[in-house]
Design a protein. Structure first.
Length: 1233
């Protein structure tokens, strides 16, 4: 066995010792590539230097860069410092230790401007955050801006995450502070104070928007942390790291290798590429950018030079401005160098992009590598396209052949509006060069389902041109698989066909009835037009993806449409995000709540469930006399009205996944007001802060009285005449019925909405007064000007019978919070102070809880009966309009097989409840059960977590119950016990064990992949004596009677996981450590302690990451011998020896090793899902120890199998292993979300 361990150890050591300092090339000839193969003029040049924080060195890359640019014309060029501008810890304040050295390092970089005449930009890195977080960044920002005389020289500003620059008509630059995403926000109470973006998800939305805005340009994304890297942060070390564990140069070969393995595979530092949070960030960025044509990512962080093309990403790493480190060629690498240097990115006027890398040779710059990053623009050949077209054509959304379905198909999948999608309608033909006086394409649109182009007319007004035929793979990519790129994988699969068919649930022409319906009830609206757009010369390159189908042309409401009556002829038109900023910024901005409530009730009237924030624009009306600016809503994108989600499948999904209830069958009654408003309720709670039930009923009554039958008939005449038959008549009948039910709908939705009331102040000095009297609580918000509270600009009366919880956000600046009174059945009232010095005066305050920052000044005049929770918890103290989510649940099946249990079938149901904490859930309840056919036993589990019992600690509860037929195996204690199943059968060693257990404790999930539990457990176990089985013989020999026994224990459990992909890892680590003390409560002398541990690594051995080494060590130790046989340390199928039966060996301690080689065979499409398939082969070796037993035997097995996975959610593994006890087959298959 020692020989086996040594072979295993050194094999792992060899495979991870693959980083060196020498230059490496995928193709040696790339060293001499012509610098500009297309001889095109440079439009914009970016010089890239990262990690220059030790730039005062006389031999660094800065000196070489100065020599390179000296005498060159750099006036139109950019120099970007890619972060870690000051080592080791950013810029201390004046007078603090390290300030002088830090200034020296920074000055070495700003002084380069003596030789460089262009624009200089600094972006922050992780080291720049290490002194005082955002405050330290602002110090560095001010120093850089003062030194360069440029207020925009440090980006993004104020510790914010992202900033964008339109460099030229063809080039855009995005700067991202990736450390903003990685850092622990709770340690920085002032983070995001001066930022519009206040959540990580909002950052992703902003990045997505910017990528859309600049989709026609070459985009450079400058961010400190790279998406791909193969240096130290990517897990590639040189061999010395296996000899020296630290910089003190004391050789510790075995310990050093273990440290290196943990660092290289585990991602234990948030600065390492496969740390959980780092990986989360990059997976989203990669998914969003990989299908963009001209995006280049430039980064530092790694002290090397690299060029990588992987997963559609073009990654430039230039992080050796003042340091160097080992590097390897990894997946997609084309060049790598572990020495100091810099890079140049050139974007040429023909659209191509070239990157060059330089190092120092004999103190002078030397070009090491040049590479074409992007090819020149490719134009679509329009020569063969016609110049003339008919005035009208007949066309359908889908070919008729795609809408013909059998009766059984329609019963299961639903009838929808499938026939209408295959019905040809006669529509006008439009050519873009003549439409609306001539329209110009600005860029492609970016909806989650729609394929669209953004157009400008001759007057500069913007329109959306949307294809009526939507994109299924685009929907999957942007909604279901945000972290995994799947568009290509799902093309031409049954899944794509199913979703395309699912889209027929929406009426293809329903939006054209909305203008007249809206006019009848006084709701603003857009004015969609229906055209057939042929492929044509005016489409240019977009002919490749657009044309020869039906399109909707619709205004994109903005300030160029202020004269349009259906928009209300306002003073301005704004987006929802701007409105949210305005009402937070100043009390002069108001929401016309009556108009918004009417618009939301109108949504429910027409069955429009897709009402997220981007589905609205806002007409602003300025009243100079009252000094107010009032917003009224302009709904848009009405492509989901009158949806008809029928069919048996949806009924099944409603049980398994309740959020699917938002997809309802349009009818006279609106059955579920909660789920149809899933997309809209967050905005409702944010914008409706003054109005009670009376306003909702008033607007419902207005709609009921003003939407006449004649108006309905007139509206549906605007649909194409070919679809105005039976289908339209049915919808009109249902619409009339729903109109008559509007009072009931309003009442039911208000009942749900008012369970939680949210009131916000402004980012100025405000007075918030909360007064409880009897059965109501009144909340008023007033501005404080010159120390005096003015007349309230918000007033909300909360009825205790209607509301369970109230959240009051004072937001920023110095606020005064006054709480008076106690009432009957008062809802829970949470008051959140926000930034700056807030003054609290509480008289009474029963069921009131106050939240504010612990490390920032606040004034507590009196706290009354209020609970005070002043903690530096970002999610508590910061307002997010989308903080509250609906409760959700999901039910998932699983199946498996092994000889001991036979076929096992399982099911799990997880219910999550949202709440104030801002976590994914306030509470989680997970129920699971399994039935084992071989033994006819079953097991039921419950696990519950309840957020923020003690800041980041959650309350944990659990329970398990097994039937009396539930079995485990027992072969006796010792390392050389006998297995007689060949002659006596499998039942002989099965022990029927009924048990019940309870667990209570606390748990903390770390943001970087760790989890800690502290629990107290109680369990009751009853072993069933069964004639003719080993257990009876064993108990008889030991003179034991196996009655029910009860145990209590205290336990501590720590685990850490970090993988590049949790379903199919190619690099990663899992560590698990659990210890505790367990006592028999009927006989406390039978008390023992235990320790369970495991450490597992995944390490890709080949550059393409197809061959992966998976190693694991695991063991258990019981301290003392006062344990029952079923509490022994065991080895078997699921505990270290896959070629043996479960619990095959039992003793006081165990140790087992596993080594597998896994090979990814292929990624291929099936008719339903894209699959990944791989094979593996390996073996295990292990043994148990027992006092008094003299055994030197190590048990081993070998075998293999194959695994499969689908879209990082479905996974299965099939295993066949052999040992001295014969072959053993098993498999598992399940779904993970």
């Amino acid at each position: 066995m020692p020989k086996v361990k040594l072979i295993l150890f050194f094999s792992v050591t060899f495979f991870v010792s693959c980083g060196t300092y020498k230059p490496k090339y995928l193709n040696e000839e790339d060293k001499n590539i012509h610098i500009n193969p297309y001889e095109s003029e440079v439009e914009k040049r970016f010089y890239l230097i990262g990690d220059a924080g030790l730039g005062a060195s006389q031999n660094g890359a800065l000196r070489v860069f100065e020599q390179f640019v000296e005498g060159k014309d750099t006036q139109d060029d950019y120099l970007i410092y890619l972060g870690d501008n000051i080592y080791p810890s950013g810029l201390p304040a004046k007078g603090e230790k390290g300030r002088e050295d830090a200034v020296t390092q920074l000055r070495a970089q700003t002084d380069v401007s003596r030789f460089f005449d262009g624009k200089v930009l600094f972006i922050p890195g992780n080291h720049d955050w290490y002194t005082d977080g955002v405050k330290g960044l602002k110090r560095q920002e001010k120093y850089v801006e003062d030194a360069l005389g440029d207020d925009d020289a440090f980006q993004p500003e104020n510790g914010c995450p992202i900033e964008d620059f339109e460099i030229t008509d063809n080039v855009a630059l995005l700067t991202i502070d990736t450390q903003w995403y990685l850092t622990r926000w709770d340690k920085h109470p002032t983070i995001n104070d001066e930022c519009d973006i206040k959540t990580r998800e909002a950052f992703f939305l902003e990045l997505e928007d910017k990528l859309k805005d600049y989709s026609e340009k070459s985009i450079v994304i400058a961010m400190h942390h790279p998406a791909f890297t193969y240096g130290l942060h990517g897990g590639y070390f040189n061999f010395q790291k296996h000899i020296f564990a630290s910089s003190n140069r004391i050789p510790l070969p075995f310990l050093a290798s273990l440290v290196t393995l943990v660092r290289s595979q585990g991602g234990v530092s948030p600065q390492d590429r496969y740390n959980n949070r780092y990986n989360q960030l990059m997976k989203r960025i990669i998914t969003m950018t990989r299908d963009r044509e001209r995006v280049t990512v430039v980064s530092g962080h790694e002290h090397v030079l690299q060029y990588i093309e992987n997963k559609g990403i073009k990654q430039v790493v230039s992080g050796s401005g003042s340091k160097h480190s080992p590097v390897a060629l990894g997946e997609g690498s084309q060049f790598a160098y572990g020495g100091e240097g810099f890079a140049i990115l050139e974007i040429l006027k023909d659209g191509s992009t070239i990157v060059h890398y330089y190092n120092s040779k004999d103190g002078k710059p030397e070009r090491m590598f040049s590479k074409e990053v992007h090819e020149p623009f490719r134009e679509f050949n329009i020569d063969t396209l016609p110049n003339t077209f008919p005035k009208t054509v007949k066309a359908s959304v889908y070919p008729k052949t795609e809408t013909d379905r059998s009766d059984s198909y329609e019963w299961f999948w639903g009838d929808h509006y499938r026939d209408l999608y295959g019905t040809e309608v006669e529509v006008p033909v439009a050519t873009l060069d003549t439409l609306m006086g001539g329209m110009k394409i600005i860029r492609q649109g970016g909806g989650h389902q729609t394929r669209s182009l953004r157009l400008n007319d001759a007057e500069g007004r913007t329109y959306n041109l949307r294809a009526l035929k939507k994109s299924a793979v685009q929907f999957l990519q942007t909604t279901a698989f945000k972290d995994t790129y799947v568009e290509e994988d799902f093309r031409e699969t049954v899944t794509e066909d199913v979703i395309m068919d699912f889209y027929t649930s929406s009426h293809p022409y329903g939006a054209y009835a909305i203008p007249k319906l809206s006019d009848a009830v006084g709701v603003f609206h857009t004015n969609p037009l229906l055209y057939y757009i042929p492929k044509q010369k005016a489409l240019g390159k977009y002919n490749a993806d657009y044309g020869d189908e039906l399109y909707m042309l619709e205004e994109r409401p903005d300030d160029t449409f202020l004269d349009v009556p259906s928009f209300g002829t306002p003073d301005a038109i704004e987006s929802t995000s701007n409105v949210l900023e305005d009402i937070r910024d100043d009390e002069e901005y108001r929401i016309d709540e009556e108009s918004y409530i009417k618009a939301r009730l109108f949504d429910m009237l027409i069955g429009d469930w897709d009402r997220h924030q981007d589905q609205w624009r806002w007409a602003r009306y300025d009243d100079k006399e009252k000094n107010t600016k009032t917003y009224k809503p302009i709904p848009r994108d009405r492509d989901q009205v009158f949806s008809n989600y029928d069919g048996a499948l949806l009924g099944i999904l409603n049980v398994m996944m309740p959020p699917s209830k938002q997809f309802q069958e349009y009818d006279k009654a609106l059955n579920d007001v909660k789920w149809i408003n899933l997309a809209g309720i967050k905005l409702d709670r944010t914008l409706i802060q003054n109005s009670g039930r009376e306003t909702w009923l008033k607007q419902a009554e207005y709609i009921k009285n003003n939407l006449s039958d004649e108006a309905i008939d007139a509206a549906f005449k605007d649909l194409p005449k070919e679809v105005q038959g039976e289908s339209s008549e049915a919808i009109k009948e249902k619409l009339r019925g729903r109109r008559d039910n509007m009072i009931d709908i309003a009442n039911r939705y208000y009942d749900f909405l008012s369970k939680l009331v949210i009131v916000t102040a402004t980012d100025k000095d405000d007075q918030i007064e909360v007064t409880t009297e009897g059965v109501t609580t009144t909340i008023t918000v007033s501005r404080i000007i010159d120390g005096i509270a003015e007349k309230p600009f918000k007033t909300r009366v909360v009825k205790h019978v209607e509301t369970k919880e109230v959240w009051v956000y004072a937001l920023d600046d110095d606020d005064e919070i006054i709480v008076n009174g106690n009432g009957k059945n008062t809802p829970k009232i949470r008051i959140i102070g926000g930034q700056n010095n807030d003054i609290y005066t509480v008289n009474g305050g029963k069921r009131v809880k106050l939240y504010d920052h612990k490390t920032k000044p606040n004034t507590m005049n009196s706290k009354g009966r209020a609970a005070v929770r002043f903690v530096d918890n970002y999610k508590f103290n910061n307002y997010r309009y989308d903080k509250f989510n609906n409760d959700a649940s999901i039910t998932l099946p699983s199946v498996g097989f092994n000889p001991d249990d036979g076929i096992l079938v399982g099911i799990s149901h997880t219910l999550t409840r949202s709440g104030f904490t801002g976590e994914k859930y306030q509470s989680s309840h997970a129920f699971s059960g399994g039935y084992f056919f071989a033994t006819q036993g079953f097991k039921i589990n419950y696990k519950g977590e309840f957020s923020n019992l003690l800041n980041h600690w959650k309350l944990l509860g659990g329970a398990q119950w097994t039937s009396e037929n539930y079995t485990q195996n027992f072969f006796g204690l010792g390392n050389e016990t006998v297995n007689r199943d060949d002659e006596l059968g499998l039942d002989y060693n099965r022990v029927r064990t009924g048990s019940q257990s309870l667990k209570f404790g606390i748990v903390k999930n770390g943001v970087y992949g760790s989890r800690m539990e502290l629990t107290a457990d109680f369990e009751s176990i009853d072993v069933q004596e069964t004639e003719g089985r080993f257990i009876n013989e064993y108990l008889s020999r030991q003179n034991l009677e196996e009655d029910r026994k009860n145990f209590a224990s205290v336990n501590g459990h720590y685990s850490y996981s970090g993988y590049d992909n949790s379903v199919n890892p190619t690099r990663g680590m899992f560590f698990n450590l659990k210890g505790g003390v367990k006592s028999n409560v009927q006989d406390f002398e039978r008390t023992f302690a235990y320790l369970h541990y495991s450490l597992e690594f995944y390490n890709a051995l080949t550059r393409g990451r197809k061959l992966v080494l998976n190693t694991k060590v695991q063991g258990k130790v019981n301290f003392g011998d006062q344990f029952e046989f079923y509490q022994a340390a065991t080895l078997g199928t699921n505990s270290g020896l896959r070629g043996f039966r479960q619990e095959r060996f039992s003793g006081e301690s165990t140790l087992a090793f596993k080594t597998d080689l896994r090979y990814h065979l292929a990624k291929f499409k099936t008719g339903l899902l894209p699959l990944k398939l791989g094979i593996f082969a390996g073996g295990d070796v292990g043994r148990v120890w027992l006092d008094g037993e003299n055994s030197e035997r190590w048990h081993n097995d070998y075998g293999g199998g194959f695994w499969l996975g689908a879209v990082d959610s479905l996974s299965g593994e099939f295993r066949l292993f052999n040992s001295v006890e014969g072959l053993r087959f098993s498999f598992t298959f399940g779904v993970a979300f």
